[in-house]
Design a protein around this ligand. Structure first.
Ligand code: NAG
Ligand code: NAG
Ligand code: NAG
Ligand code: NAG
Ligand code: NAG
Ligand code: NAG
Length: 197
């Protein structure tokens, strides 16, 4: 009876947590801010807004985490080329973590930038006014985005809704769930096990 009650409480707690848990990108405030302002900029320029893609943001987040160990200098002069991510650390591994097929990234662009304390004005002006990134951010063909931050690093990804740039997977249903959701599912099933013990 005792274990039944504990199980019931855990079950309820896990259900509550499952629904209240913020998505991984929701706590990434500066990333959200930047995307928000870039979208205002795009509206002013009469360009389609960038819809956030959970998978592209997952990838941006993973890349930012890897960059956090590196000096700002490493990517200071990084000029992105669509499909050419040869300099991005652990690219394949991070794609796998986010369940993204590499051939859905070939027309997307990944733009890492290091700005001390992620100063918003510096970030915004570097993405929208420095030539190397601006030609992607002011391009009408892009309509999805992913953002991720870690320490002083911002990673901004743009893509399209076509199969060569939508940062998606071709198969696996589970792949549609983000990492924390999978954790919550694991917790949920563990709780169920306790419940029936
Ligand atoms: C991709 O990047 C590598 C290394 O930075 C460079 O040598 C190569 O020319 C680039 N390819 C394209 C198509 O830009
Ligand atoms: C991408 O690659 C996967 C696996 O190699 C393949 O199944 C899929 O058809 C490819 N998709 C496109 C759009 O080329
Ligand atoms: C931001 O852009 C300015 C002007 O292009 C440049 O001088 C500065 O080095 C850039 N900062 C970073 C962190 O890339
Ligand atoms: C986009 O940015 C590039 C590089 O700064 C610039 O040459 C081009 O005129 C801009 N396009 C638009 C539509 O503003
Ligand atoms: C992509 O988006 C554009 C504009 O929103 C739309 O016209 C087009 O049909 C979409 N393509 C796909 C494959 O969803
Ligand atoms: C990506 O594009 C392919 C082909 O248009 C489509 O089947 C798939 O549903 C898209 N995935 C996402 C997440 O938009």
């Amino acid at each position: 009876m005792l274990s039944f009650k504990i199980g019931l409480h855990l079950l309820i707690a896990s259900l509550v947590a499952f629904h209240l848990l913020p998505s991984p990108v929701a706590c990434d405030d500066e990333g959200k801010n930047l995307l928000h302002d870039v979208n205002i900029y795009r509206k002013v320029m009469n360009l389609p807004v960038l819809d956030e893609s959970a998978k592209a943001s997952c990838l941006a987040e993973e890349i930012a985490e890897d960059l956090a160990d590196m000096h700002c200098e490493t990517f200071r002069d990084y000029y992105p080329t669509p499909g050419n991510n040869s300099k991005i650390p652990n690219f394949q591994k991070n794609l796998a973590k986010c369940s993204i097929e590499i051939n859905t990234t070939t027309d997307g662009v990944i733009m890492p930038l290091c700005v001390p304390k992620l100063n918003h004005d510096v970030l915004f002006s570097n993405y929208t006014k420095s030539n190397r990134f601006t030609k992607y951010l002011n391009n009408s063909k892009y309509n999805i985005a992913g953002v991720g931050t870690e320490d002083d690093w911002m990673v901004f990804i743009v893509g399209t809704n076509s199969s060569s740039a939508n940062f998606s997977s071709s198969s696996s249903r589970l792949a549609h769930l983000s990492k924390p959701h999978l954790l919550m599912l694991a917790f949920f099933f563990t709780t169920l096990l306790l419940f029936f013990n």
